[in-house]
Design a protein around this ligand. Structure first.
Ligand SMILES: C[S@@+](CC[C@H](N)C(=O)[O-])C[C@H]1O[C@@H](n2cnc3c(N)ncnc32)[C@H](O)[C@@H]1O
Length: 191
């Protein structure tokens, strides 16, 4: 496969954006692969706040992240991130869907994903990066995908920059995962 997967696109964007010492959020920790990637990118002087609701996932992630003191794991929904994370984050990553090693009926859902996206946008610093990997293929996934698409579409007319990495044909929608990303812009004069 010549094209990077959606998760690889997210890592490419985030890694060219982050600097050592940055403070970032992983909104969907799961097994902790993305959290580890972020922890390596920001280094020991940085900070990664990770959110995950499933105890089994938190256990797996803690094991994977035990050598990364810059990671703080929160076993609560990402929709509460504003209660636990200070503003001025350099990046927030979402990798939606289900915990691959667990119960595939426990999925991210629009009713909590959209408030979490609002919170993430508010927490980002000017120039900060939001990435969302979306999986329309599982039961419930397409409904969430449409809601997240609409959330991004509303922001298209504002100062922020947005990006879509996925199949060119979206009608009828393919079930392939895709990436939506946003660069926060508070000042429209910035290029
Ligand atoms: C595709 S997995 C994440 C994969 C992970 N980033 C990794 O690198 O292994 C999505 C995760 O979101 C979690 N999740 C579902 N609802 C959530 C919520 N409201 N807040 C935080 N995490 C949630 C699921 O339990 C699942 O582990």
């Amino acid at each position: 496969m010549a094209f990077p997967r959606a998760t690889e696109f997210a890592h490419l964007l985030v890694s060219r954006h982050l600097r050592t010492g940055d403070h970032v959020v992983d909104a969907t920790v799961g097994n902790g692969h993305d959290t580890r990637f972020l922890a390596e990118a920001v280094g020991e002087g940085g900070r990664v706040d990770g959110f995950e609701i499933q105890p089994d996932a938190i256990r797996a992630a803690r094991e994977r992240l035990r050598d990364f003191p810059q990671v703080i794991l929160h076993q609560v929904g990402h929709e509460t991130m504003a209660d636990r994370v200070p503003p001025e984050r350099a990046a927030v990553m979402f990798n939606l869907g289900y915990f691959p090693s667990g119960d595939k009926r426990i999925i991210t859902r629009a009713e909590t994903t959209l408030p979490a996206l609002d919170a993430a946008l508010a927490l980002l610093a000017d120039g900060g990066l939001l990435t969302v990997v979306i999986y329309p293929g599982h039961p419930g996934g397409e409904e969430e995908a449409r809601a997240v698409d609409a959330w991004f579409a509303r922001l298209d007319s504002g100062p922020h920059r947005t990006l879509h990495c996925g199949p060119a044909t979206t009608s009828p929608r393919t079930a392939s995962p895709y990436l939506l990303a946003l660069e926060k812009r508070e000042n429209t004069e910035q290029s």
